[in-house]
Design a protein around this ligand. Structure first.
Ligand SMILES: NC(=O)c1ccc[n+]([C@@H]2O[C@H](COP(=O)([O-])OP(=O)(O)OC[C@H]3O[C@@H](n4cnc5c(N)ncnc54)[C@H](O)[C@@H]3O)[C@@H](O)[C@H]2O)c1
Length: 434
């Protein structure tokens, strides 16, 4: 029997799309892209790998990226002059916000108020108060808002969460995570397209709510380097780590944060630190060390470690579990006692059970387990989870609340580093303590 499009979609596990009044609509989710820069082009490819969705509209402040986005849809997507015009189209069900961070709040709030579901790239917010506003708007308009830290949709992170829940690590009290780089591109000094000029770049559109500044291609294409558009390392990189930590540890937000940041090397290109270290303390009973430098990358190996009393997990492209092998050994202390007391000490069966390592016969025990991830890029399942939420109206884990709290960690780190003080979280207000 020939498969119809509807049966194909059902075979792929895609529920029919419901309109706002609960009526069945066109089966394909009609998506508009707000910002079609480097990340958005990856998101477009992820969406195109999925059934039941079509990219119908695009908008960007640089013409070259509009052109590339339209090429990616074989000319089918329509370009709009600005994102308000795109949001005014009733046929568009949902939008992807992949603009620079200083635009996220306004675009997400405008999108949900226009009745659209939203996928917003991480960090959800540029400032913590933005998150409160986004959560309120999404609740009022009953819109799906999913945030784009795709790592938490990877099977290895889900496996890590299961292992921690099952108690394989014992009690986890410390997590160490780092992002280290040593290249210009790693430090966000991206190449600028040769046709970029005031003719092809809409500078006012980029600036939006940011302070007025003269036209600058560096600021436009390397906006992560400037605090007027970005929170630097914390909002670009730590936010991914915090999302993962909150997800796998079932944690909400750190109670206390201290941090130090320094700009040691890339001074000509930015006003944000190139080296940042932070400590985040969680009420669930663990502490997190976050660290990043753009001045050396050799220390990136094994850079995400979850350390428990019974074992550790090392998280990256794969997952490694190592059982703890902590052996009591008081030999050198007891060796200073009178001989008789030492002999008596080691005759005690309780001591022999914990301290004496020369048991006979020998045994072989499992010391580690390794898992690697195979299959499609994690952005694809993350976007599939968004599309599923749009159809079922059930939010996925990384919703506006989760995105708000992960981004808030980054803002707390920046505030602590800037003011050289400890920053605290107010759980009753879901906001930084005033
Ligand atoms: N999840 C991930 O792994 C990941 C990876 C990279 C980037 N990101 C996030 O994606 C977002 C975009 O980052 P990027 O690297 O693609 O940056 P980018 O500079 O390549 O793209 C941003 C685009 O937004 C456009 N833009 C700016 N103002 C606009 C406006 N008012 N209306 C429409 N378009 C506008 C710019 O012209 C630009 O093309 C950021 O929030 C970033 O943190 C996430």
């Amino acid at each position: 029997m020939a498969m119809t499009r509807r049966s194909l979609i059902q075979a792929a596990g895609v529920a029919p799309l419901m309109g706002q009044a609960g009526t069945a609509k066109n089966d394909r989710v009609q998506v508009g892209m707000i910002g079609t820069g480097a990340r958005a082009q990856e998101l477009m490819q992820a969406l195109q790998a999925l059934p039941g969705v079509e990219i119908v509209a695009v908008v960007d402040a640089y013409q070259g990226r509009v052109q590339r986005a339209i090429e990616r849809t074989d000319g089918r997507a329509k370009a709009y002059a600005n994102y308000h015009e795109l949001l005014a189209q009733p046929s568009i069900d949902a939008v992807v916000v992949a603009s620079p961070d200083h635009w996220h709040r306004q675009m997400v709030v405008d999108a949900v108020n226009a009745g659209k579901d939203v996928y917003c790239e991480k960090p959800l917010t540029y400032a913590t108060a933005d998150g409160i506003e986004i959560i309120r708007a999404a609740r009022e308009r009953q819109r799906i808002v999913q945030v784009g830290s795709q790592g938490m949709s990877s099977t290895v992170q889900q496996k890590a969460k299961e292992m921690i829940r099952a108690g394989r690590l014992g009690r986890v009290t410390i997590i160490r995570a780092a992002y280290n780089r040593n290249t210009a591109s790693g430090a966000w000094i991206y190449p600028i397209p040769p046709d970029a000029s005031p003719r092809t770049v809409n500078w006012e559109m980029f600036l939006g709510p940011a302070p007025k500044r003269p036209f600058s291609l560096e600021r436009f294409f390397r906006w992560r380097c400037y605090e007027e558009y970005s929170g630097g390392i914390a909002t670009d990189l730590f936010v991914h780590l915090c999302t993962t930590i909150h997800y796998i540890m079932d944690a909400k937000a750190p109670a206390k944060v201290v941090a130090l940041g320094e700009l040691y090397r890339w001074k000509d290109s930015r006003d944000v630190p190139d080296t940042l270290n932070a400590i985040l303390e969680y009420p669930e009973g663990f502490v997190v060390n976050l660290s990043s430098t753009f001045n050396n990358q050799s220390s990136s190996e094994g850079s995400f470690q979850i350390l428990g009393t019974e074992g550790s997990l090392s998280l990256g492209d794969g997952l490694t579990f190592r059982a703890e092998n902590a052996i009591e050994d008081n030999r050198w202390i007891v060796d200073s006692w009178p001989t008789k007391l030492e002999e008596a000490y080691y005759r005690d069966p309780k001591i022999r059970a914990t301290e004496v390592r020369d048991s006979w016969p020998q045994k072989t025990v499992a010391a580690s387990e390794q898992y690697r991830q195979e299959g499609i890029d994690t952005t694809v399942p993350h976007m599939a989870n968004w599309l599923a939420s749009i159809r079922t109206r059930k939010p996925y884990w990384e919703d506006a609340e989760a995105g708000h709290r992960a981004a808030a960690c980054a803002h707390m780190v920046n505030l602590a580093a800037r003011d050289r003080r400890m920053v605290e979280w107010d759980y009753s207000k879901d906001n930084i303590k005033a």
